[in-house]
Design a protein around this ligand. Structure first.
Ligand SMILES: [Zn+2]
Length: 107
């Protein structure tokens, strides 16, 4: 899918967006995940696909979340947590969020 290549090139070219492995993103919000913010399964074990803001105890924390609203939420989290400016955060969010597993199946 061409989008994937474009995004990767943009990330490298911009030099500002942090380099992040696709596998290390929350497959709901698209934010980077790492030890310390993994979601949790129903059993209490760590879930390596989602972050603890999106996914706790085996379920999404906000079942009514839409892709469009997630883009908005991720944009503000990128600004607050990653220190991006509003424009680059928004551009990155609209590229990344729809490609995450939670949303991808709807397209
Ligand atoms: Zn998340």
């Amino acid at each position: 899918m061409p989008l994937r290549g474009i995004l990767k090139d943009e990330l490298v070219d911009s030099g500002r967006a942090p380099k992040m492995d696709e596998k290390a993103r929350c497959q709901s919000c698209g934010m980077p995940i790492h030890v310390g913010n993994f979601g949790t399964n129903a059993s209490g074990s760590m879930n390596f696909e989602y972050c603890n803001i999106c996914f706790q105890k085996g379920a999404f924390t906000d079942m009514d979340m839409t892709c469009a609203n997630m883009i908005k939420q991720t944009t503000s989290r990128m600004i607050q947590e990653l220190g991006m400016n509003e424009q680059e955060a928004h551009e990155l969010a609209i590229e990344i969020v729809p490609r995450m597993k939670r949303w991808r199946q709807r397209f």
